[in-house]
Design a protein around this ligand. Structure first.
Ligand code: C2E
Ligand code: CA
Ligand code: CA
Length: 705
C-alpha cells in the first residue's frame, strides 16, 4: 500500500500536508458499518475489519494480515450453511482468479444472512464488502409468506365468494371465476356489460333506489338479492357493496362481494310454503288467508276497489266421513279443492280454513252483486255434482256466506265475521245456498249469543219444566201414556217452546245436561202415574253421541224406581245413522232391560227404510205433517197406508201424531193405527194438570166412530 498525496481534508486529527494514508485507511475500514476485507494482487489479506470478524464469528488469528484468501474463505465457509459449500468456494476462487466482481448471500449457522460483494481493484487485488442482511432477508421471507398466504386466501375467496367491480355507471370491470360460474356468463360477456344483465325482476324498484342512495353517499350497502343467470335460472346472493372513493370523496367504482345463499333461500321458501299451505289440498291455509287478505284490503282500499269474501261450509260432509270413512272424506276434500280452483277466477285467493270450511277472496271489477251471483251459483253447481271416491258416489252441498269490503268492514276479522253471520243465516234457513251479509243478521247473531248465555245459565239453574201430552189407544181413547215435552221457563220472556232452544242447546253442547234433566224429571213424574201408563221421552243426537246414555238411563231408573217397561224413548232416524254399529248395540242393551223405542217423525227426512228394519223399534210415529193433511190429500193417505203395511210386516205398532180433527181420528182408526196423540185429545200440560185415570179424552169422540 503506497502513500498517496492528496488535498483531502479529513477530520481534525490529520493535517493537510503529512497524511499517513495507511493509518487513515485503517481507521476508515475499521469504522465502517460493513465488514471489509482488502486483499493484494497475490490474494493475501491486507486488512480485515472487526465488523467482518464479528459477522462470521472469526477469531483474530483467523483474520491475520498476510493470510491467503483461500484459507480465510475456508474459515468462513465452515460457518456457512449449504450443501454445496465446496462448489461455492470453487466458484468464488475462480471469480477472484478472473478478477470478476462477485456477489452472493450466505446463510450462516447462527441464523444470520450475510451478503458478500467482491470488487476487483484496477491494479490487482480485490475488496470484499460484507453486509448483515438478516433483517432484510427475514422481511423478504415474511413478504413471501404473506404473498403465498394472500394467494391462498384469494383462492379460497374466489371459491366461496362472488366478486365484481363496477364503475359508477354499473358497467362491470372485474369478475372473478365464481361470478362467471354462478352467472353462467363468460368473463368477456360480463366485463363491459352493465350489471343490469343479471336483473331478476324479483325485487321492487324501491330496493335499488335505496341501494343507490346509500352508495352515492359513500355508504356500504348490504342485502339479499336475487339475480338471473344466463340460463334464466334465479340465484340468491347475500351482497355487500362497498364504494371505492376518489380524492374528492365521491365513489369512482363499486366492489360487490356476494355469497351464494340459494340453498338457504330454497329451504326458507319450502318452510314458508308449508307454513302457508294446507297439506291435504295444497290450498292456502287460514294463517295465509289472514295475511294475504289484510294486504289485499289495504291495497284495494287505497285504490277504492271492492273485495268480495266468500265463506263456504259443506253440508253433509260429516255424513260422508261417518259412512265412508275419513280417507274417503279426505279424497272428497281434495277433489272439491280442484273443482274450486277450476271455477274461481285465477287472481282470487282460495283457502281451506280447516275441516270442511273454505274461503275465497275475489277482487270486484265494479259490479259486485252480479259477480257474486255468478260465482256463488258456479260454486253451488260444481259442488253439487256427486264425487266418485273409489268407485263409490258421495254427495255434499254447500252453504255460502258473503261479505264485501269496504261495505261491510275494513279489516279481515270484521269481514270474515260478517261473512260468517251470513253463512249462519244460510245454514239456519235450510242450507245449500248463499247470502250476502245484511245488518239485520248482526242483530240476529247478537240475539243468538244472548240466548246461548241465558240458556247456559238456565241449564245450570234447572229453569225448565216438562209438559205432558197424552197418548191414547185409538179405539177406546184410553190414555196409555204421555209424551214429555220440555219447556224453558225463561227469566224474562216467560215459557219458551223447544223450537226456540233445542237446536241452540245441541250446537252449544248444553243438550246432554238438559237431556239428563228431562229424563230424570220425566221418570220422577211417571212413577206417580197409575198402573201401566208409559212415559215417552224424546232423545237428542247429542245424548247418543255422549257415550254415557246407557249408564245414565239405568241410573235414573234406579233412582226414581220407574220400571223400565214404562219408559219409552223417542228417537229420529238421523240419530241412528251415525255410528250405526254402536247405536245398534246400545239399542239392544236398552231393549233387553225392557225399555221400548218409538221411531219419531216417521216419513220425513231420511226415510231410509233400512233403519226401521235393522233397529228393533216397538212403535212408529206418523209425522204430524201427514196427519194434518188427512183425509183429503191422496199423497198423505198413501203414506199412511204404506206405513201401516210396513208396520204390520215388522209387527210394530203405530202412533199418529198431531190429531186435531174428528175426521183425522176416524180415518186413522179405519187404517188400523193403534195410538193417537194430538190437540183433539189433549194439549201438553204440566204434570199436575194431567189426567190419566178413567176415560177423560173420549168425551163425544167415541160416538163419532
Ligand atoms: P215431537 O217429538 O214431534 O213432539 C210433538 C210436538 O208436536 C210437540 O211440540 C207438541 O206440542 C206438538 N203437538 C202435539 N199435538 C199437536 C197437534 O195436534 N197439533 C200441532 N200443531 N202440534 C201438536 P213441542 O212441544 O213444541 O216440541 C217440538 C219438538 O221439540 C218435539 O217434536 C221434539 O222433537 C222436541 N222436543 C220436545 N221436548 C224435547 C225433549 O225433552 N228432548 C228433546 N231432545 N227434544 C224435545
Ligand atoms: Ca216426540
Ligand atoms: Ca214427532
Amino acid at each position: 500500500m503506497s502513500t498517496v498525496t492528496n488535498d483531502f481534508e479529513i477530520a481534525g486529527r490529520v493535517s493537510k500536508r503529512e497524511v499517513n494514508w495507511e493509518q487513515l485507511l485503517h481507521t476508515a475500514i475499521e469504522s465502517s458499518s460493513h465488514g471489509l476485507c482488502v486483499f493484494d494482487g497475490r490474494s493475501r489479506l491486507v486488512i480485515g475489519n472487526e465488523q467482518h470478524r464479528s459477522l462470521y464469528s472469526l477469531a483474530s488469528s483467523e483474520v491475520s494480515p498476510g493470510l491467503l484468501a483461500e484459507d480465510l474463505l475456508k474459515s468462513r465457509y465452515a460457518r456457512i450453511i449449504g450443501a454445496k459449500v465446496n462448489a461455492q468456494l470453487a466458484e468464488y476462487l475462480a471469480a477472484i482468479r478472473r478478477s470478476e466482481a462477485f456477489r452472493t448471500t450466505y446463510e450462516l449457522r447462527d441464523g444470520s444472512f450475510v451478503e458478500l460483494d467482491m470488487h476487483p481493484m484496477p491494479d490487482g487485488g480485490f475488496v470484499e464488502r460484507h453486509r448483515d442482511v438478516t433483517e432484510l432477508r427475514l422481511a423478504e421471507v415474511r413478504a413471501e409468506e404473506a404473498r403465498q398466504e394472500l394467494i391462498e386466501k384469494q383462492y379460497a375467496i374466489d371459491q366461496a365468494v362472488i366478486v365484481a367491480i363496477t364503475d359508477v355507471r354499473g358497467t362491470i370491470t372485474y369478475a372473478n371465476d365464481r361470478f362467471c360460474d354462478i352467472s353462467g356468463y363468460a368473463r368477456e360477456e360480463l366485463v363491459g356489460s352493465n350489471h343490469r344483465l343479471l336483473k331478476s325482476g324479483v325485487h321492487s324498484p324501491q330496493i335499488f333506489r335505496q341501494m343507490y342512495r346509500c352508495l352515492a353517499r359513500g355508504g356500504v350497502w348490504r342485502g339479499e338479492l336475487c339475480n338471473r343467470a344466463k340460463s334464466g335460472e334465479l340465484y340468491w346472493v347475500d351482497t355487500v357493496i362497498t364504494p371505492q372513493l376518489g380524492p374528492d370523496g365521491k365513489p369512482v367504482a363499486y366492489m360487490a362481494i356476494r355469497i351464494d345463499i340459494t340453498a338457504r333461500k330454497k329451504a326458507e321458501a319450502q318452510l314458508c310454503h308449508a307454513a302457508r299451505h294446507d297439506a291435504l289440498t295444497g290450498l292456502l291455509n287460514r294463517a295465509a288467508l289472514l295475511d294475504d287478505l289484510s294486504e289485499r284490503l289495504s291495497q284495494t282500499q287505497a285504490r277504492r276497489q271492492k273485495l268480495i269474501i266468500y265463506l263456504l261450509d259443506l253440508d253433509g260432509f260429516k255424513h260422508v266421513n261417518d259412512t265412508l270413512g275419513h280417507a274417503a272424506g279426505d279424497a272428497l276434500l281434495k277433489q272439491l279443492s280442484e273443482r274450486l280452483v277450476s271455477v274461481v277466477p285465477k287472481a282470487a285467493l282460495i283457502t281451506r280454513l280447516g275441516g270442511d270450511e273454505f274461503a275465497i277472496v275475489q277482487l270486484s271489477s265494479g259490479n259486485e252483486r252480479k259477480e257474486i251471483q255468478a260465482l256463488a251459483i258456479d260454486l253451488l253447481q260444481v259442488i253439487a255434482v256427486p264425487f266418485s271416491i273409489e268407485s263409490q258416489e258421495a254427495s255434499v252441498g254447500v252453504s255460502i256466506g258473503i261479505s264485501i269490503s269496504p261495505l261491510h268492514g275494513l279489516t279481515a276479522p270484521e269481514l270474515l265475521y260478517r261473512a260468517d253471520l251470513a253463512l249462519y243465516c244460510v245454514k239456519s234457513e235450510g242450507r245449500g245456498g248463499f247470502q250476502v251479509f245484511e245488518d239485520k243478521m248482526r242483530s240476529r247473531a247478537q240475539a243468538r249469543d244472548r240466548l246461548v248465555n241465558e240458556l247456559r245459565a238456565s241449564v245450570a239453574r234447572g229453569e225448565f219444566e216438562l209438559h205432558y201430552q197424552p197418548i191414547c189407544e185409538a179405539g177406546t181413547l184410553r190414555p196409555r201414556g204421555a209424551e214429555a215435552l220440555v219447556r224453558w221457563r225463561h227469566p224474562s220472556r216467560g215459557l219458551l217452546y223447544p223450537d226456540e232452544f233445542i237446536a241452540v242447546a245441541e250446537e252449544t253442547g248444553l243438550m246432554e245436561a238438559l237431556g239428563r234433566w228431562t229424563l230424570e224429571r220425566a221418570c220422577t213424574d211417571a212413577v206417580t202415574w197409575p198402573g201401566e201408563i208409559k212415559v215417552a221421552v224424546n232423545l237428542s243426537p247429542a245424548q247418543f253421541r255422549g257415550g254415557f246414555l246407557f249408564d245414565s238411563i239405568i241410573g235414573v231408573l234406579m233412582k226414581t224406581g220407574l220400571p223400565p217397561h214404562r219408559l219409552e224413548l223417542e228417537v229420529t232416524e238421523s240419530m241412528l245413522l251415525q255410528n250405526r254399529e254402536e247405536n245398534l248395540l246400545l239399542f239392544r242393551q236398552l231393549k233387553d232391560i225392557g225399555i221400548t223405542f218409538a221411531l219419531d217423525d216417521f216419513g220425513v227426512g231420511y226415510a231410509s227404510l233400512g233403519s226401521v228394519v235393522s233397529f228393533p223399534f216397538d212403535k212408529l210415529k206418523i209425522d204430524r205433517s201427514f196427519t194434518s193433511e188427512l183425509p183429503s190429500k191422496p199423497a198423505s193417505r198413501a203414506v199412511v197406508a204404506s206405513i201401516m203395511t210396513l208396520a204390520r210386516g215388522l209387527k210394530v205398532q203405530v202412533t199418529a201424531e198431531g190429531v186435531e180433527t174428528v175426521e183425522q181420528l176416524q180415518y186413522l182408526r179405519s187404517q188400523g193405527v193403534e195410538f193417537v196423540q194430538g190437540y183433539l185429545l189433549g194439549r201438553p200440560v204440566p204434570c199436575s194438570e194431567l189426567v190419566l185415570t178413567g176415560m177423560p179424552y173420549a168425551d163425544g169422540l167415541l160416538d163419532a166412530s
